[in-house]
Design a protein around this ligand. Structure first.
Ligand code: FAD
Ligand code: UDP
Length: 496
């Protein structure tokens, strides 16, 4: 994975292709395995060309891309299209198993093993929601299979060292903050922490390049307008003089206007929001989106005000690995639960992926937003910017630049930056943000009704519950729901 990360490359897309390719090889092998076990004989099947990943084949076997599909079919035919003919091709072409092939082979064997077992719980997704419930169940003595379609654990909080040795967050910057002692105590079983308070500054106009504290505080107002507000009271008086009174808060525009008025709204929020939410106006978004951003009359310039603010000392992935390291938990990465569900058996399923995907989009796709991540490494640069994140509300197609070394405290001669470009969801861009608007409620409610009717499944997490959850909120929800499920299970056992 590390060698795939290059300066300015679109890591999300490279990574996506990488695991799509990996998935295809595993799925192809798996398909043959199922066919064989169903006694249909060793069928001569090939992948349709539209599903064939030429890039992956080229990387894995060194065959030129334009010849890849023909090569795959010819070799497959020569080798009798046996169930593992991908593996045979590799051995014949390269004379050795590539790491990817070794992974595929091990993974196939593991899949055979997990298909053979009846699990107490299967958990689809190894992010905060899935890993938290899995550990909770395993601690209570149950057998748990955690299955994630990505080739790694941690969900969107997954981190890794890039090819320059800088610790980065592959799916965007993740800063841990919470007011919940329970959540902190639970996670502290799997990590120590590094104290870190995130700071964000905003460039209103790149022509002057000046940065201002975000969220808006007294310093922001003094520096932006040349004021000399000395106390919270003076600051509040100023905000009262510019705010637009609003009797009922119906949407995110009402939230902002009723706090800071139209000039600050236009400078800091309107265009950032349009970029992030694909042209949606503040008016179109539910109040809770902009309620995430406070306005302060003091000079506190921290992005979050929570009691506990910190980063896992060895990173998120290390924390997740420890959480899932339990004799009762088996983790299988690189498989989409929905593709293999018919071969698996369990007492109860926890689904943490997108709720509409689980129900095969029968009421249409729910609106989610995605991001394209562009990483850049600057060698021999201690730091690029003064704080962890700088927002660009009014310029560029990206919303913000994050410099990971601020977040992680890593000491390194160079530094790695991340620019986030908001995009629609498509084949290459996974859903990352639920779009919260009154308009979407109807479809969501129909899916929620279906979800409630499925007593054998519990939906937990940001995409499964369609909630704009932070990491700690997901962990909290997962702990609560896992507790409820165990209580119910205990009651049923007692009754029996
Ligand atoms: P996810 O992390 O999305 O995990 C779900 C997992 O399920 C994924 O690994 C996915 O591959 C897997 N999956 C989905 N469908 C299937 C399937 N069919 N079969 C198998 N596996 C499947 N929160 C904070 O507290 N602080 C931050 O600073 C912060 N920054 C963020 C920045 C960005 C850019 C984004 C997008 C989010 C940020 N968050 C932050 C929110 C945080 O990412 C989420 O709250 C948290 O990751 C949600 O955990 P989850 O387990 O619900 O979902
Ligand atoms: N927002 C904005 N300007 C900013 C920061 C945030 O308009 O400088 C709005 C924007 O609509 C964004 C929302 O507030 O989507 C929530 O911001 P947050 O930083 O919480 O977003 P996340 O970190 O979840 O991407």
């Amino acid at each position: 994975m590390r060698s795939l990360l290059t300066k300015g490359s679109d890591v999300s897309s490279v990574n996506h292709r990488f695991y799509l390719g990996l998935r295809q090889i595993i799925q192809a092998t798996f398909k043959y395995f199922i066919i064989a076990t169903l006694h249909y004989g060793w069928a001569a099947e090939t992948l349709a060309e539209s599903f064939f990943d030429k890039d992956f084949y080229h990387k894995a076997y060194g065959i030129p891309k334009e010849q890849a599909y023909d090569h795959y079919n010819q070799k497959g035919a020569q080798l009798g299209n046996r169930p593992n003919h991908w593996l045979d091709i590799s051995a014949e072409t390269t004379g050795a198993e590539t790491p990817l092939l070794q992974y595929a082979r091990q993974s196939t064997q593991k899949l055979e093993q997990v298909c053979a077992k009846a699990w107490d719980f299967i958990v689809a997704g190894a992010g905060f929601a899935g890993s938290t419930v899995a550990r909770h169940f395993a601690d209570a003595g149950y057998s748990v299979l955690v299955i994630d379609k990505r080739p790694y654990v941690g969900g969107n909080a997954h981190d890794l060292y890039d090819e320059h040795g800088v610790l980065i967050h592959l799916h965007g910057p993740h800063i841990f903050h919470t007011n919940s002692k329970d959540v902190l105590e639970f996670l502290s079983r799997f990590t120590t922490w590094r104290f870190y308070e995130h700071r964000v500054r905003s460039v209103v106009d790149i022509a002057d390049g000046k940065t201002y504290p975000m969220p808006i505080n007294r310093t922001t107002l003094n520096e932006l307008y040349g004021l000399d507000l000395k106390t919270p009271e003076e600051c509040q008086e100023y905000l009262d003089s510019v705010k637009v009174p609003c009797t009922e808060i119906r949407n995110s525009e009402d939230v902002v206007l009723s706090l800071v008025g139209s000039d600050l709204c236009d400078k800091f929020f309107r265009n950032y929001t349009a970029k992030q939410w694909g042209g949606l106006d503040l008016k179109d978004l539910s109040p809770e989106v902009l309620r995430r951003i406070p306005t302060r009359t003091n000079t506190d310039d921290r992005y979050f005000a929570d009691t506990y603010q910190m980063m896992p000392a060895d990173g998120y992935t290390a924390m997740f690995k420890r959480m899932l390291d339990h004799p009762g938990i088996t983790t299988l990465c690189g498989y989409d639960y929905l593709s293999v569900q018919n071969s698996l058996s369990c007492g109860h399923l926890i689904f943490t992926g997108a709720i509409d995907s689980f129900f095969n989009y029968q009421f249409g796709p729910l609106p989610y937003r995605s991001l394209r991540f562009e990483f850049e490494h600057l060698p021999e640069t201690s730091h690029y910017q003064e704080v962890g994140t700088v927002n660009y509300p009014n310029n560029y197609d990206f919303t913000r630049i994050t410099e990971f070394k601020h977040l992680t405290g890593q000491v390194h001669a160079g530094t790695t930056l991340l620019r986030e470009y908001p995009t629609d969801v498509n084949a290459e861009r996974e859903p990352l943000y639920p779009v919260l608007s009154a308009e979407n409620n109807e479809a969501l409610q129909r899916y929620q009704v279906l979800a409630v009717s499925r007593e054998d499944v519990t939906f937990i997490g940001r995409l499964a519950e369609f909630k704009y959850y932070n990491m700690d909120q997901v962990t909290d929800a997962a702990l609560r729901k896992a507790g409820e499920i165990l209580q119910k299970k205990k009651k049923i056992t007692e009754e029996v």
